[in-house]
Write a protein that binds this ligand. Structure first.
Ligand code: FES
Length: 170
């Protein structure tokens, strides 16, 4: 996996790009308590935290880049690589676990050749695991680009992936 570690990077001499600058302007500078909110808004905007973005955020907040990188890698919610075109989220909540989400996740892993949190080499799929999606009555549940699919069996993993690939002309 691409490893965008920015730990050893020196702070930038160039200003942040306009869209990131607009985010940073919303938060007071040199206030480390705003680090996580800034990371959240930045990821919301760009879908991941680039190395450059983390460097600029470190400068704005007034902490070492290694601190920003540490926070970004500690919390599951933050992504350090751009997501694939399609995101498959497998629920790992209790109800889904009881109904076989382990096996289902393994089926997606072998179908896509990636582990949770990773993106396929062709950039088409990102596989993620999430806590309860709030639809326990149709466990086990998976979302594909936000659309719910419930009561899945292991063989459905291959079907769902094949459907998406077909839609992409593959
Ligand atoms: S545990 Fe999976 S939807 Fe609730």
């Amino acid at each position: 996996m691409n490893h965008p570690c920015a730990c050893q990077t020196t702070l930038p001499s160039t200003p942040p790009p306009a869209e990131l600058a607009a985010i940073l302007e919303r938060f007071p500078s040199q206030k480390r308590e705003y680090l996580i909110p800034i990371l959240q808004v930045t990821q919301e905007k760009f879908k991941f935290l680039s190395r450059d973005a983390m460097i600029h955020i470190a400068q704005h907040v007034g902490v070492p880049v290694s601190k920003v990188y540490g926070v970004a890698t500690f919390y599951n919610q933050f992504k350090l690589n751009p997501p694939g075109k399609h995101t498959i989220q497998v629920c790992r909540g209790t109800a889904c676990h009881v109904r076989g989400s382990d096996q289902l996740l393994r089926s997606f892993e072998s179908e896509l050749g990636v582990a949770p949190g990773q993106t396929t080499k062709d950039g088409l799929f990102t596989l993620d695991i999430v806590a309860c999606l709030g639809s326990c009555s149709i466990a086990p549940v998976v979302t594909v680009d936000g659309t719910f699919h419930g009561r899945l069996e292991n063989k459905d993993a291959g079907k769902l992936v094949a459907e998406i690939r077909k839609g992409e002309g593959q």
